[in-house]
Design a protein around this ligand. Structure first.
Ligand SMILES: Cc1cc2nc3c(=O)[nH]c(=O)nc-3n(C[C@H](O)[C@H](O)[C@H](O)COP(=O)(O)OP(=O)(O)OC[C@H]3O[C@@H](n4cnc5c(N)ncnc54)[C@H](O)[C@@H]3O)c2cc1C
Length: 416
């Protein structure tokens, strides 16, 4: 069924009894051309573009839990393409362009809201760094505006401009950035992939890989063995554990990132504000809650829950930027499991096993990358060649030293 104004009216007139399930619940077939492990945003986007762009539809996505149970349903929904380095900026700008056409492409309302993303700065040095970043963005066709203090005040008058430690002196603004409803992204990509014939199999964890003569021949799963000509791993925070089953040791660590939402309030914040110096970022959801987060928890873990010191740190960041936030009650907080790479940048590459492909290392920023990661991963799987936008995201950069260290933090994943 295609969603349209006509289908909305027709279903309303028949008591909304004829809506079809958004995707089927098939049992796995004995074998597929491609099995994608991980039904997060990236895995489902890959399935969608494999089918729609490359015509490869004999595909299964296997997910160990329910769709959206991972980071794609836990993130703070921010999308932007404000990157500095040449390996990154064209990729993330392509992702922004795909976001802009996503709802038409998948025929699903993903609530793409280009409400702008504002990074505030507090010193001359930080301003210079933002000018450089803004110029790099514009060189690659992205939008970036340097705002002075009064222009920032017009956008977010409630910010503490005279904070003794972090006086706000201006900001770098990307008007095309914003937010996208994360669950809708999962459901929309899943529905489109399903309509193209992709089997989406929930509650079906991969438990091992079968390799013969250096070539992948299938995946062991909780629902039995599934044969596959190609297998694509897209399991985000579980990357190290899943790759270990294929004998790989990845340059990736698992860390928790927490997020928070307050009780609903009247419209206050109609852009996304990020406060890098204080490790705090915030937007307002359509239900009225302020959605915010900050730094990752510094230790390694596979548990999807965080610790109190980061809660305190994020609260301090929020109070420093928006003192009024102290009047609000936090409704919920949660954690997600991040795949933090050694240079803070992702990997989309083939592995040492023929037919086994890997997509991961997205750190805390893989939601905005969902469309482009799916696009480039599908290209790699279909053609065997890296897509030009993801050409830098290869494993061998760690051996050759051509790392993409956007933040300049060195090989310390918890600082990226
Ligand atoms: C609190 C938080 C806030 C964030 N905020 C932002 C943000 O504002 N903007 C942004 O760009 N990014 C953000 N991110 C990062 C972003 O959410 C992730 O980088 C991105 O979602 C990762 O890709 P994914 O959607 O495919 O991952 P996931 O949704 O985690 O998908 C991976 C899937 O693999 C499945 N899986 C694992 N092991 C197996 C197995 N053995 N067999 C089968 N399936 C398996 C998991 O169950 C999971 O569903 C945030 C993350 C968190 C946690």
């Amino acid at each position: 069924m295609r969603y349209s104004l006509a289908s909305l009216f027709a279903n309303a007139l028949t008591g909304n009894r004829n809506w079809k399930p958004v995707w089927r619940e098939p049992e796995p077939k004995p074998s597929y051309d491609v099995v994608i492990v991980g039904g997060g945003g990236h895995g489902l986007a890959t399935a969608h573009y494999l089918a729609k762009v490359h015509g490869i539809t004999n595909v299964a996505v296997i997910e160990k839990s329910y769709l959206g149970s991972g980071n794609v349903g836990r993130n703070t929904t921010i999308v932007r393409s404000n990157y500095l380095l040449p390996g990154n900026e064209p990729f993330y700008e392509w992702s922004m362009k795909l976001w802009e056409g996503l709802e038409q492409d998948i025929n699903y309302n993903a609530m793409v809201s280009q409400r702008g993303v504002l990074n505030v700065f507090h010193s001359d040095g930080q301003r210079d760094a933002f000018v450089r970043r803004g110029n790099a963005m514009r060189f690659h066709g992205a939008d970036a505006e340097l705002l002075d203090k009064e222009q920032v005040r017009a956008l977010v008058p409630f910010v503490d401009f005279e904070n003794a430690r972090f006086p706000v002196k201006g900001g770098l603004y990307q008007p095309r950035g914003g937010t996208v409803r994360h669950d809708a992204v999962v459901w929309g990509y899943a529905r489109s992939a399903d309509q193209h014939g992709v089997d989406i199999i929930q509650n079906c964890a991969a438990t091992g890989f079968r390799v013969e003569n250096g070539r992948i021949v299938g995946v062991e799963t909780e629902k039995g063995f599934i044969g596959a000509k190609k297998v694509a791993l897209s399991v985000a925070g579980s990357s190290s554990r899943v790759a270990e089953m294929a004998g790989m040791r990845l340059p990736i660590e698992a860390h928790v990132l927490q997020a928070f939402v307050t009780e609903g309030i009247k419209p206050l914040l109609d852009t996304v504000i990020t406060f890098g110096a204080g490790h705090f970022y915030c937007s307002q959801s359509d239900k009225g809650g302020l959605v915010f987060g900050g730094d990752i928890d510094g230790y390694n873990t596979y548990a999807q829950r965080g610790n109190l010191p980061v809660v305190e740190d994020v609260a301090e960041g929020g109070m420093a930027l928006i003192p009024a936030i102290g009047r609000l009650r936090i409704l919920r907080s949660w954690g997600g499991l991040l795949d933090m790479s050694m240079d803070g940048s992702p990997i989309i590459d083939q592995t040492h096993i023929d037919g086994l492909y890997f997509n991961g290392g997205w750190c805390y920023g893989g939601f905005k990358a969902t469309p482009a990661a799916g696009w480039c991963f599908a290209h790699l799987i279909a053609t065997g060649q890296s897509h030009p936008f993801a050409a830098a995201y290869r494993f061998d950069r760690f051996a050759s030293g051509r790392v993409i260290d956007e933040k300049g933090m060195g090989a310390q994943p918890n600082l990226h």
